[in-house]
Design a protein around this ligand. Structure first.
Ligand code: NAG
Ligand code: NAG
Ligand code: NAG
Ligand code: NAG
Ligand code: NAG
Length: 447
């Protein structure tokens, strides 16, 4: 009797558990609730308007264009554009200009850390996220600013939360933000709810932080965001030797695109909520010795500041391309890491050329990710060479379906576990685990 009772209650609780799992599965909105079929996004920076005005962007190459970014007011904690006339007019014109070129492209207002005041700006995000009233001020001001300027969505680009408390508060912020967005859309009959995304570290676990255990709040991210954009590039700014700055694979460290993507999937974020970053910039160095020009060669200094990037050690794709057209430039494609580099005299540049971008997109499609984003669109050349290539490849791969992509090929050495990237793995993993527990119970009780 006791055994029979136990079996029955086990089956009932398992059935309950299974239905909870399938309910939460559908809540993840994979393919449902108007989730976009694929994201081909680009970030546009107002500081690039002098060489890449919004009107010059071919918006049809993107499903979503991000205005990146406005920041947080460090006193009131409301969302705050730079109080200049120029910024105000760029913000006001952005959505209209994008949509006049491509009506179906959605515009996103990214609210991020002020890059010239990183510490103060992040401290303001941290304070705001920790206080219910300040969260309300921030959230309400974000919705108002997005609506007032015709944006379709909001993005949080807090780079980065640095304590476990920040991470917990981030989770609360996202939940309240989602709730406010749904509430606002109920009173706004003209358009659907604003989209909500976040720009996050390349991995779900933050490395090299004072708190060695710093992980993102996975459930709050999966439940409340339309998707997360992960910063899978810019890994080696402080390297003293030449190195690929955004390799797809790296056997000797976790600083690779594939590591980052798989870490998020393994942590439980469904692939249809993950969008992978591709840099439209390269990393440049001066070689210590021109004759030593392979990967791992000693460097003397970061490359000179370029017109577009306005930062030492960073070079826009368009500027790297000018070197590609020079006869004295030697270009190497490294098929182990999937990375490209060039050198010309004592200048050495790691960059993502068309071939790298194609391989990365193939990886993203195989991993069933929702899409990719380019950082930043103004760094492409005047023909939008990489943006076009990316958009065409993505649509071609996505239309071909995941099974049709040629197996093996250049991905034979892929360093990921097939279980992480197989079809529907994120929920089939937990379901098959449950099913095997059910089978185990049945077998046990038959004996
Ligand atoms: C945010 O807006 C909602 C809806 O108008 C309002 O109920 C709430 O009090 C506002 N919160 C703050 C902190 O202003
Ligand atoms: C370039 O960067 C400096 C800070 O390093 C900034 O003061 C300046 O405004 C930037 N120039 C442009 C044109 O954005
Ligand atoms: C853009 O395309 C035109 C026509 O194909 C070509 O002549 C030009 O060199 C290209 N420019 C760049 C920067 O690739
Ligand atoms: C990488 O390149 C080497 C040398 O060209 C070649 O032998 C090898 O087959 C390539 N590997 C892949 C996976 O494409
Ligand atoms: C977690 C996991 O499944 N890891 C496996 C990934 O693939 C390598 C190589 O096949 C295995 O050794 C790991 O056990």
């Amino acid at each position: 009797m006791e055994l029979a009772g136990f079996i029955i209650s086990s089956i009932i609780s398992l059935a309950g558990f299974l239905s909870v799992v399938s309910a939460s599965t559908s809540q993840q909105q994979c393919g449902g609730n108007g989730a976009p079929a694929g994201v081909r996004a680009g970030y546009w920076s107002p500081s690039s308007s002098r060489y890449s005005p919004v009107s010059s962007i071919d918006a049809s190459l993107y499903t979503h264009l991000y205005y990146s970014s406005v920041s947080i007011d460090e006193t009131s904690y409301a969302v705050a554009p730079q109080p200049t006339e120029e910024e105000g007019s760029l913000l006001a014109a952005f959505s209209g200009t994008v949509k006049s070129g491509s009506p179906s492209t959605k515009t996103m207002l990214s609210i991020g850390t002020n890059e010239y005041r990183v510490d103060a700006s992040n401290a303001a995000f941290s304070k705001m996220a920790s206080d219910k009233n300040l969260r309300g001020v921030f959230i309400n001001s974000s919705v108002e600013l997005a609506r007032a300027n015709g944006f379709d969505g909001l993005d949080l680009s807090w780079i980065f939360p640095v304590t476990q408390m920040d991470m917990e508060n981030l989770g609360v912020l996202l939940a309240e933000w989602r709730a406010r967005i749904m509430e606002e859309s109920a009173t706004n009959s003209l358009s659907g709810p604003l989209l909500l995304t976040a720009t996050l570290y390349f991995s779900n676990h933050l490395f090299d932080m004072p708190d060695g255990n710093l992980d993102y709040p996975i459930d709050d991210i999966s439940d409340n965001l339309d998707w997360a954009n992960i910063l899978t590039f810019g890994f080696h700014g402080d390297s003293s030797v030449t190195t690929a700055d955004a390799p797809l694979y790296d056997k000797s460290s976790h600083f690779s695109v594939s590591y980052g993507v798989i870490s998020w999937l393994d942590a439980g974020v469904p692939p249809c909520k993950l969008v992978m970053g591709i840099p439209l910039f390269g990393r440049s160095w001066f070689l210590r010795n021109k004759a030593k020009n392979g990967l791992g060669s000693p460097t003397a200094a970061a490359g000179t500041k370029q017109r577009k990037s306005n930062q030492t050690g960073i070079i826009a794709y368009a500027e790297a391309e000018e070197y590609l057209n020079s006869e004295s430039t030697v270009v190497t494609y490294d098929n182990q890491s999937v990375a490209e580099y060039l050198y010309n005299g004592d200048l050495w540049v790691s960059f993502d050329g068309a071939q790298v971008v194609q391989q990365k997109l193939e990886f993203a499609v195989r991993s069933q990710l929702l899409g990719y984003f380019l950082w930043t669109v103004g760094f492409d050349d005047s023909n939008s060479t990489i943006s076009k290539k990316a958009s065409e490849s993505w649509q071609q791969y996505a239309q071909g379906g995941f099974g049709i992509m040629h197996a093996g090929g250049s991905n034979q050495y892929v360093a990921f576990n097939s279980s992480s990237v197989s079809l529907g793995s994120w929920h089939s993993k937990s379901l098959s685990c449950l099913l095997s527990s059910v089978l185990l119970l049945v077998i046990l009780f038959q004996e």
